[in-house]
Design a binder for this molecule. Structure first.
Ligand SMILES: Cc1cc2nc3c(=O)[nH]c(=O)nc-3n(C[C@H](O)[C@H](O)[C@H](O)COP(=O)(O)OP(=O)(O)OC[C@H]3O[C@@H](n4cnc5c(N)ncnc54)[C@H](O)[C@@H]3O)c2cc1C
Length: 431
């Protein structure tokens, strides 16, 4: 049955972290917004990250300094606004030489497309000092420090004796990313009760000014929006094609993770993340995630989010990297309890090494046409960490197009269970 189309200010297609973040921001401004997803809320790439809320220390290497500035700020804000879900994560970088990597880092900074290898102590010290500098706004965590080899091996005994030192600093981790997506949607509806969120709807296409979907229980759902936002992550180009506006905006890369049941490894980690260089120069990570050791990630060009999975050679790569890093422990496939993959919705690019494709976001607009009465704004890129800032930028653009003022800033707005969350552990026990 075809229902009467709903008039909305903004229709958002895709309820991952970027769609949900924008939904909340627009609802806070009093707009009437609809958000739809073809699957469950937050079940796309947003459910498959490394679970870091991070300032992007590795983007220093590619010279994306404004992204580091934004990411460190957003990390610090999330620690305040979502303390129930986002926690500090002490991090250790093992270092294998004193001076190497400076030439390669400079070449990368000036546009070389070969991935950097072997970052020495001096380079890491400079990087960590810059990271502290960029992370100063709303700082809530300690600054970096350097460990001697002896200290590092005392703190993490199974670590390879091949290190010369270690750097330590703080980033953060989100424990249940899907929950935060859901809470953003709930917060949005609380702020704007006329707004709505639908999952498991299938996009049929558009005719005239109406965008049509089928509902999971049968029947149709139609919207007459003033603006459409395509927040479909790695599916963005498919959604634009279905809306009659073909695009080539996304050039995704696949990233996989494994979870190990490995109590000895967790004991050695002691609540810290090891952020380490695998022997191909790529940065990998391992930390305690809900009582399992989370190991990731790979970075391989791939396009189809429907078929993405962690392949055997990725597992071999993780296990070999761990054996080299922590020779005092044993690693095998039998320890793997779960594996997952996702596609990073990165901007389309030709020829660049996957690790060097920009992690920054953008929101290109396809203006109205004779057969389409609404512009389409596509949310390209966009880290989990930076969703609030990205949403704010896009929301400001949409508000100005709709002739509405910003009523509420989301900078210090608590999210879901973060409201009234007690600040310290003792108060949390009493709570
Ligand atoms: C391996 C890996 C590790 C990462 N680690 C981190 C990290 O540690 N920290 C960090 O900050 N970032 C990380 N990221 C990046 C981050 O996860 C993504 O950039 C972010 O989740 C993208 O969110 P999104 O909302 O744009 O896309 P998605 O989460 O993919 O959301 C898009 C939504 O659109 C829906 N959709 C698709 N087609 C349709 C349609 N036709 N109709 C309706 N809905 C549709 C999908 O179902 C999906 O829910 C990582 C990414 C990967 C892949």
């Amino acid at each position: 049955m075809t229902a009467t189309p709903r008039d909305v200010d903004v229709l958002i297609i895709g309820a991952g972290i970027n769609g949900a973040g924008l939904f909340r921001d627009l609802c806070e401004q009093g707009l009437k917004v609809a958000i739809v997803d073809k699957a469950d809320f937050g079940s796309g790439t947003s459910a498959a990250p490394s679970r870091l809320i991070h300032g992007g220390i590795k983007y220093l290497e590619t010279g994306e300094l404004s992204l580091v500035a934004q990411s460190t700020l957003e990390r610090n804000l999330l620690l305040r606004n979502a303390p129930h879900a986002v926690r500090p994560l002490p991090t250790v970088i093992p270092i294998f030489s004193w001076l190497t990597g400076i030439g390669a880092a400079l070449r990368t900074l000036f546009g070389s497309t070969t991935a950097p290898r072997s970052r020495g102590a001096l380079l890491i010290k400079i990087g960590l000092a810059m990271y502290d500098f960029y992370g100063a706004r709303h700082r809530v965590m300690p600054r970096h420090s350097m460990w001697s080899k002896a200290r590092a091996l005392t703190e993490i005994p199974p670590l390879t004796p091949g290190i010369v030192a270690a750097g330590t600093y703080y980033d953060a981790t989100v424990r249940h990313p899907e929950r935060l997506v859901l809470e953003l949607l709930q917060d949005g509806i609380r702020a704007s009760p006329q707004s709505e969120a639908f999952n498991y709807v299938q996009l049929l296409g558009s005719d005239g000014g109406i965008v049509r979907f089928t509902l999971p229980e049968g029947g149709e759902l139609g919207f007459r929006p003033r603006i459409v936002v395509n927040a479909a992550g790695p599916w963005i180009d498919q959604v634009n094609a279905a809306l009659g506006a073909p695009s080539r905006l996304i050039g995704g890369t696949k990233g996989s993770h494994i979870l190990l049941d490995h109590p000895d490894l967790l004991r050695a980690l002691g609540g810290r993340m090891i952020y380490f260089e695998a022997n191909d120069g790529r940065i990998c990570l391992v930390f305690d995630y809900l009582g399992r050791a989370l190991v990731g990630s790979t970075d391989i060009r791939a396009a189809d989010p429907e078929t993405v999975r962690c392949e055997d050679d990725e597992i071999d790569y993780f296990l070999a990297s761990l054996r080299e890093l922590l020779p005092g422990l044993s690693f095998g496939r039998e320890q793997i309890v779960f594996a997952y993959s996702g596609i990073r919705p990165l901007p389309a690019s030709d020829g660049t090494a996957p690790g060097l494709i920009s992690r920054d976001h953008s929101a290109p607009v396809m203006e109205t046409e004779d057969n389409r009465s609404w512009p389409i704004v596509s949310l390209v890129g966009g880290k989990w960490t930076t969703f609030r800032g990205f949403a704010e930028e896009v929301s400001d653009m949409l508000l100005s197009r709709l002739g509405q003022p910003r009523r509420v800033s989301t900078q210090s707005l608590a999210i879901g269970g973060g409201r009234d969350f007690p600040a310290d552990a003792a108060a949390r026990v009493r709570w």
